[in-house]
Design a protein around this ligand. Structure first.
Ligand code: F6P
Length: 546
């Protein structure tokens, strides 16, 4: 693909000059000028209602953003992804997480082979296994049923499963314990297993490559812990360990029989894998029917993304709005604020999805990008965030576009309390948009010296997503919405949203440092003076403890 500079394109220049013209326009004015704005700038798809009226945009902004997307080939690239082209160019791979949730009768061909039957074969095996564990038919080495499931993985092999377990806890088996171990810090493993009986514990070792340092270290720790508790009989491994991976050879080397392995494919990126076998813990928690419901939600959003007209397309709009603030307003971050305690890990999950995908400094062609990419995603569930960092969003000097997510129906009783939660969501988006001007502060009898401190300028942009109820299906639609919004942004920037070379350097250096920490004799260190001194100090400190 030949890539022209983004900034020098006529579509970009038109947006830049439009942005200059729009500066100073307030949301208050935009709403006053169009009484129907709050019902006009909304779009609904796959069960998600998106109100984007409280954004600093006009009809012209939206038209120009769509024109830019078209000129940059976003829609052609979307088709290429759905078709199974190798859109992950630096790894020469297709990007087909959409195949993970394709219905049985769909055909998606990669290298001349329809991959949908394989996807469903794995799902069926996962379902059969989950039923055995959930029903108690699957027994541990000593004959006890499985009551504890520990999923070991990191990054995309952990964040999705943790997030989904927390998000769908309402639907999960309460008589089973689910835990997740990711950090190579031994504390993670020790605390996760401290109160568990190995005889009732199943480990799922999740690693696409099955070579990841952290995951293998924890998997070996789990094996030792299990065998020690169960009398050292190697045969116990078959009853207490299953693997999820694309790498059968490494799984076998570790000692897990491939009969107990659930596979996936190189066309599934780690951060796009929570709906593959990597989600086995989710299926064990909510059951196969719930998992399929979640996949149906993902698929509904896929269909919406592929077929809805661009101006009514949720991921297209969200992606373009993100570009608008990131590249024109210079906003560096996006806050994701779910008004649902069950979504407490959703912002952390989105951090990998968005930042590992779009944190890139060169285009597909290898040229430096000429505008900022990948905004920083962060957030916390409301209302907790309100009593913490919202102050900066309301009155700080930075522009922080926010995504608010709420549900019409509560999952837990105390409906009155759900109203309190949602009242806060609505109040926050109103306050951020319209603020509190000085005249109003004065009218309330505030002494003049205090007035500037109490003024809220408003004009802080927000998206509000409303969904009926937090179901497995709804979770699938929300995740797919962000996946595709990330895609739109990356496609517009002409970057590879599906590789992650940046994490490799640190991994390589850590491999070099490990023996320098572990050697009994003083190593000859060849790092910079800071790293050398830190390693020496650590070695001395550790020796004092020995
Ligand atoms: O952190 C880099 C990364 O490669 C992620 O992209 C991936 O999700 C994670 O490591 C785990 O990799 P694996 O599933 O191969 O263990």
């Amino acid at each position: 693909m030949t890539v022209s500079s983004l900034r020098s394109s006529p579509e970009w220049k038109a947006l830049a000059s439009h942005w200059h013209g729009l500066r100073g326009t307030t949301l208050k004015e935009l709403f006053a000028g169009d009484p129907a704005r709050g019902t006009r700038l909304v779009v609904e798809g796959a069960g998600v209602y998106l109100d984007y009226s409280k954004n600093l945009v006009t009809a012209d902004t939206l038209r120009l953003l769509q024109r830019l997307a078209k000129a940059r080939g976003v829609f052609g690239r979307r088709e290429a992804m759905f078709r199974g082209d190798r859109v992950n160019e630096t790894e020469h791979r297709a990007v087909l997480h959409i195949a993970l949730r394709a219905p049985r009768d769909e055909r998606i061909v990669v290298d001349g082979k329809d991959v949908v039957p394989e996807v469903h074969a794995v799902l069926d095996r996962m379902a059969a296994f989950s039923e055995k564990v959930r029903s108690g038919e699957w027994r541990g080495h000593s004959g006890k049923p499985i009551r504890n499931v520990i999923s070991i993985g990191i990054g995309g092999s952990d964040l999705g499963p943790v997030m989904a377990y927390e998000a769908l806890k309402h639907y999960s088996r309460r008589d089973m314990t689910f835990r997740f171990v990711s950090n190579v810090d031994p504390t993670d493993f020790v605390e996760a297993t401290a109160d568990l009986d190995a005889a009732e514990t199943l480990f799922i070792v999740c690693s696409k490559t099955f070579t990841t340092l952290e995951t293998l270290a924890n998997a070996h720790a789990a094996r030792d812990w299990c065998l020690q508790a169960l009398g050292g009989d190697e045969a116990a491994v078959a009853k207490h360990f299953v693997a999820v991976s694309t790498n059968a050879d490494e799984v076998t080397k570790f000692g897990i029989d491939t009969d107990n392995m659930f596979g996936f494919w190189d066309w599934v990126g780690g951060r796009y894998s929570m709906d593959s076998a990597i989600g086995l813990s989710t299926m064990l928690a909510i059951g196969p029917a719930g998992f399929r419901e979640m996949l149906a939600g993902f698929h509904a959003m896929d269909v919406h993304f592929r077929t809805a007209p661009p101006e009514k397309n949720l991921p297209v709009l969200m992606g373009l709005l993100s570009i608008w603030y990131n590249d024109f307003f210079g906003a560096q971050t996006v806050a994701v604020l779910p008004y649902a305690q069950y979504l407490k890990r959703f912002p952390a999950y989105l951090q990998q999805l968005t930042m590992e995908s779009n944190g890139k400094h060169v285009t597909l062609g290898g040229a430096p990008v000429d505008c900022p990419t990948g905004p920083i995603y962060w957030g916390e569930p409301g209302t907790n965030g309100q009593h913490s960092f919202y102050q900066l969003i309301h009155q700080g000097t930075r522009l922080i576009p926010c995504d608010f997510i709420g549900f019409n129906q509560p999952l837990n009783a105390m409906a009155g309390q759900h109203d309190l939660l949602m009242a806060n969501l609505f109040a926050q988006t109103e306050a951020l948009a319209f603020g509190k001007p000085a005249e109003q502060v004065r009218r309330e009898g505030t002494p003049q010296w205090l007035v500037p401190h109490r003024v809220c300028e408003g004009n802080r942009p927000t998206n509000t997503m409303l969904v009926e109820r937090l179901t497995p299906r709804a979770l699938g639609t929300l995740v797919a919405l962000y996946e595709h919004s990330v895609f739109v942004q990356g496609a517009l920037w002409h970057i590879d949203s599906f590789d992650q070379w940046g994490v490799e350097l640190g991994k390589q250096l850590a491999k070099k440092v490990i023996p320098e920490l572990q050697d009994r004799s003083e190593p000859s260190l060849q790092h910079d003076s800071s790293t050398n001194a830190l390693i020496r100090r650590y070695r001395r400190g550790r020796e004092r403890a020995e």
